[in-house]
Design a protein. Structure first.
Length: 243
């Protein structure tokens, strides 16, 4: 009995040790799988953060380059505006101003002639002894014409004054007004008493139906988009057009 009991005990202990080892082994496997999964999750998060960091850095760099380029081009435009202001104070601006004036006068809309008023119908009446269907033209001194004393008489004060003819008025820089007088007169226009812009001309009509402004600053503003594109290509290379 003693031997059988000892053998039986050894079997139970061996089975217990085997079960314990199996439990430990499975626990270690589960822990390894969980660790690997956790590591994979952390690695994926790190990869996302790294990609976001690179994209943010690239965006910041591109934004910095754009701001730098914009500042350079803006300073170039400011220098151009300052150079134009300096030009307006020099004698060399006179031919430029004459060209601006000629272009503005050429852009003036053509006035259509006013339609001629239709002739008023002459008064007619039926003379005594004639057929009613055959009217005669009334004569100013006809005895058959009786003036209507009840007709209203228009007061001279109530009469509408005729409108003055529409004139083309030209405004130019004060220092060049005298020199441009002949060109303005030749175009049939009038020099305004009020001075115009320093860098160009304004042509308008006395009725206030149109105004043509032709100045260097306005032309520069209209071309600013094209100037920026060309300046970007010149300063930073032709490939900058695609950026």
């Amino acid at each position: 009995m003693t031997r059988e009991t000892a053998r039986r005990r050894e079997e139970i202990l061996a089975a217990a040790r085997a079960e314990a080892e199996r439990i430990v082994r499975e626990a270690r496997q589960r822990a390894g799988a969980a660790h690997a999964a956790a590591v994979a999750v952390v690695a994926a998060e790190l990869a996302v953060l790294s990609q976001q960091g690179r994209e943010r850095a690239e965006a910041d760099a591109a934004r910095g380059v754009f701001v730098m380029k914009d500042n350079v081009i803006r300073k170039a435009l400011e220098a151009s505006r300052k150079r134009l202001e300096e030009l307006t104070a020099q004698p060399a601006f006179r031919p430029v101003l004459e060209r601006l004036l000629a272009e503005a006068l050429a852009a003036v809309p053509v006035e259509e002639p006013a339609p001629e008023p239709e002739p008023e119908p002459e008064p007619v009446f039926e003379s005594m002894g004639t057929e009613p269907s055959v009217p005669e033209v009334a004569q100013p001194a006809s005895p058959d014409m009786t003036p209507n004393d009840d007709a209203p008489v228009q007061d001279e004060a109530e009469a509408v004054a005729p409108r003055e003819p529409n004139a083309h008025i030209v405004r130019v820089p004060e220092r060049h007004a005298a020199g441009l007088g002949a060109q303005i007169d030749a175009a049939g226009a009038q020099l305004a008493l009020v001075a115009g812009p320093k860098d160009g001309v304004v042509v308008e009509d006395s009725w206030g139906t149109f105004r043509v402004t032709n100045t260097l600053s306005l032309r520069l503003a209209r071309l600013e988009g094209a100037i920026r594109t060309e300046a970007n290509a010149i300063l930073f290379g032709r490939e900058a057009r695609q950026s």
